[in-house]
Design a protein around this ligand. Structure first.
Ligand SMILES: [Zn+2]
Length: 280
């Protein structure tokens, strides 16, 4: 399983020299299974560059959305395969509180975007699964899904294939002040023994209590989850738009120290950055 990050920033794109190392594009991760199946996690602005690459292939694309906030769908109108005739794109919407499974295309109206959804020549199919059916196959992978804690709701995903496990849990507030969709132990079970855990780490302890309830986690909480789930690699994700490269580096170093102090000697904490490729 090959995992490549195309967008790692939370909330809003952050161009500029202070953000060049980790990147300013919003959520998008490409997973290529050993059988060649292409799975895309979220369609933030990072999906534009990925689209240029996938345009040279003809195989179906499987897009799994966490939720419909702008930073997770905004790149789709710039996704070249969506305009390719007969290209098959399967989209699984997030388990959002407001039922709008086609929100990613609803942004393609004259008000928000100049090109209408009717101009997309690809064959787009929305794959909606009932909550009783939170596990399904894509290519050689088994996908599992769970609700996450976020204003407006949404989904997190595990992809298990080729003997490896990836957990993608972003825009998740591990300890929210509002009614939880999942408690900490549930996320531990979900991410248990993952080879790679991509988790929201947008905030620092000092951001609280101001940002408590905004739907993101404190970096140390993500570390705690990685330790409890015995994850091998924790990739801090959804970097705060105010956080410069230096800030992200210092957060990551601190998080990795905690992992080691906690006895997780074999585990490693990294900060996701655009272009990072991990082969599991
Ligand atoms: Zn969100």
């Amino acid at each position: 399983m090959k995992v490549k990050f195309y967008g790692v920033r939370g909330s809003i794109p952050t161009p500029g020299p202070s953000f060049a190392k980790y990147g300013g594009n919003t959520a998008c991760v490409h997973v290529e299974l050993n059988d060649g199946t292409d799975i895309v996690l979220d369609a933030g602005t990072g999906i534009r560059l990925l689209g240029n690459k996938l345009a040279s292939k003809t195989a179906p694309i499987h897009l799994l959305l966490s939720h419909n906030h702008w930073d997770h769908i905004q790149g789709f109108p710039f996704f070249v395969p969506a305009y390719q005739p007969e290209r098959e794109i399967f989209i699984t919407p997030g388990l959002t509180k407001e039922y709008r499974p086609e929100a990613i295309l609803e942004q393609m109206t004259g008000s928000f975007f100049p090109v209408p959804r009717e101009a997309l020549n690809s064959l787009i199919t929305f794959k909606e699964y009932a909550e009783s059916e939170n596990s399904w196959a894509i290519g050689s992978a088994n996908i599992t899904r769970m609700r996450m804690n976020h204003p407006g709701g949404g989904s997190c995903y595990c992809i298990e294939a080729d003997g490896k496990k990836l957990a993608y849990i972003t825009d998740n507030e591990l300890y929210p002040p509002y009614q939880k969709d999942g408690d900490f132990q549930k996320f531990v079970a979900f991410a248990k023994d993952s080879d790679l855990l991509i988790h929201d780490a947008q905030y620092l302890v000092e951001d609280m209590p101001k940002k408590h309830g905004w739907g993101h986690s404190v970096a140390e909480e993500a570390v705690k989850l990685a330790m409890a789930a015995q994850t091998k690699i924790l990739a801090l994700y959804s970097h705060d738009p105010e956080r410069t490269d230096d800030d992200v580096e210092s957060i990551t170093s601190h998080a990795d120290d905690i992992l080691k102090i906690g006895g997780a000697d074999d585990a490693v904490c990294i900060a996701a950055y655009e272009g990072l490729k991990i082969i599991l």
